[in-house]
Design a protein around this ligand. Structure first.
Ligand SMILES: CC1=C(/C=C/C(C)=C/C=C/C(C)=C/C=O)C(C)(C)CCC1
Ligand SMILES: [Fe+2]
Length: 288
């Protein structure tokens, strides 16, 4: 069956966003960034906030409180290091962030696509906004890096076409054709075209990525994980607010929010990915 619980949320989010876009009410600019911040905090952050619980359950933290302390130290240390590298080398960091995000998001279709197709799906996903809305994406990238960043937009537009066509042909000639992926990718394509870049990201990240990740990881979990997710989300928000206060006061609020959300996401993505895409895979290989 195509419409499972985990894409009902996604479908609703897409339909609402597309309806708003059709009515010319799709959030953009400051409204989109504000929606993004609220949605990332309420729906996006909890998917990373269960990482401590996940690491403990998978046996990555070792026994006792010392193991947990080591986990927190490397997780937050890596996040802080990423943020520092971003401020020192923003353009380089944005490129790396886009690449690792493509890889991380490709995991959403690990049950539907083979590895090369998955990677093509991840690259196409993060590149489509640059193909359909190059000016808006360039404005966002410049706000995040302080540089024009137009080369990144051109490279991404090109990648979206090359990897998108490869993916389309590969699926066309392959059996079984994975109806669920076809369904989701067609909706994502329409959303990438019809919605402003941030609204598109919001719909995908909160409606599909986070929901799927949470459902996969939380299978059979008890109530303790809910509490853990809540406390870690709260911690991330407090840290973001501190960063917000530390940022130079002359920066405009919209840019401040954008920077906090995306640079914060980039920083948390590095340890989050290491845990789910590297450690979990190494562990699986060891045990198989
Ligand atoms: C900055 C930016 C983009 C990319 C965002 C990415 C790539 C976010 C990745 C988040 C991750 C990997 C979270 C982890 O779970 C868009 C939407 C292309 C266009 C608008 C500006
Ligand atoms: Fe994730």
């Amino acid at each position: 069956m195509i419409l499972r619980g985990d894409n009902a949320a996604f479908l609703v989010a897409c339909l609402v966003a597309l309806f708003l876009a059709y009515m010319e009410l799709a959030p953009d600019g400051r409204t989109a960034v504000t929606f993004l911040a609220v949605a990332v905090v309420t729906m996006g952050l909890p998917h990373g906030a269960i990482d401590a619980w996940y690491a403990e359950r998978r046996g990555f933290t070792g026994d006792g409180w010392q193991g947990s302390v080591v986990f927190y130290l490397w997780y937050t240390g890596l996040a802080v290091l990423t943020a520092v590298v971003w401020f020192l080398f923003p353009v380089f960091s944005l490129c790396v962030f886009l690449l690792i995000s493509a890889w991380h998001f490709s995991g959403d279709w690990r049950d539907h696509l083979v590895s090369l197709e998955r990677l093509a799906a991840g690259i196409t996903l993060v590149s489509l906004p640059a193909l359909f809305h190059p000016e808006s994406v360039q404005v966002l990238y410049s706000a995040l890096t302080g540089e024009p960043s137009s080369t990144i937009v051109v490279a991404q537009s090109f990648s979206a076409v090359v990897f998108g066509v490869f993916l389309f042909l590969s699926i066309l000639y392959r059996a079984p054709r994975q109806p669920q992926f076809l369904f989701e990718s067609s909706i994502l394509l329409v959303c990438a075209w019809a919605l402003p870049p941030i609204t598109f990201f919001l719909v995908y990240f909160c409606g599909l990525h986070s929901v799927r990740h949470l459902l996969r990881i939380l299978k059979g979990a008890g109530y303790r994980v809910g509490l853990s997710a809540f406390l870690h989300t709260l911690l991330a928000v407090l840290i973001a607010m501190t960063a917000w206060i530390i940022f130079p006061a002359h920066i405009e609020i919209e840019q401040l929010l954008l920077g906090t959300v995306f640079i914060g996401l980039a920083s948390l993505t590095v340890p989050h990915m290491l845990l789910h895409d590297v450690l979990a895979h190494l562990h699986k290989a060891e045990n198989s």
